[in-house]
Design a protein around this ligand. Structure first.
Ligand code: GLN
Length: 178
């Protein structure tokens, strides 16, 4: 297992620090060559428009899509990362950006994660709302009846940021440590 973080913009350092808590290291991924060396990729929270443009200019969007489809890449996306996974057609969900309001409407929540009987603490910051998921998407957690953690094949994604609250549960699930 080689873990990479898509490192154009967003909370790259916070994801790295969760991996450090788990005694793992992570590579920065900004090129096709760097992507080729990882088996697990984290797409951080941040601005999906900015990260998406970098993905397009570098060709990483196409290669990530191919590798997820061929089953050689596992991807964790938080917040903007989830938006991008839906936009690439890898996560079959309808997502509405900034649907909880603006920055001042940010909030923290403790969420029950199904299947592993654990609570996850996370921040929702200009978070998207998932309004619809296809049958291929498994809903792992909800907050006020809205899906906030989902899994589809090789993809795990959340509309919130556990990484901003020092919470490692989602990363442990992603890396098969739980
Ligand atoms: N609202 C941001 C976007 O649309 C996502 C916010 C975040 O990642 N915290 O890209």
């Amino acid at each position: 297992m080689v873990v990479g973080i898509l490192a154009f913009q967003g909370d790259v350092a916070e994801h790295r620090s969760i991996l450090t808590q788990l005694e793992l290291s992570a590579r920065d991924v900004r090129t096709l060559h760097e992507l080729a060396e990882v088996t697990h990729l984290i797409i951080p929270g941040g601005e999906s428009t900015v990260i998406g443009l970098h993905m397009k200019f570098t060709g990483l969007d196409t290669r990530i899509t191919e590798r997820v489809r061929e089953g050689s890449l596992f991807v964790l996306g938080t917040c903007a990362g989830l938006i991008l996974l839906a936009r690439l057609g890898l996560l079959h969900a309808t997502v509405e950006r900034n649907a909880y309001g603006s920055q001042i409407d940010s909030f923290d929540a403790a969420i029950n994660v199904r299947g592993i009987d654990a609570q996850m603490y996370a921040a929702f910051i200009r978070a998207p709302k998932i309004s619809h998921v296809d049958g291929s998407v498994e809903i792992l957690a909800e907050c006020d009846g809205i899906p906030v953690v989902v899994r589809e094949g090789n993809i795990l994604a959340s509309t919130c940021h556990p990484e901003l609250r020092g919470e490692s549960l989602l990363h442990e699930m992603f890396l098969g440590l739980r």
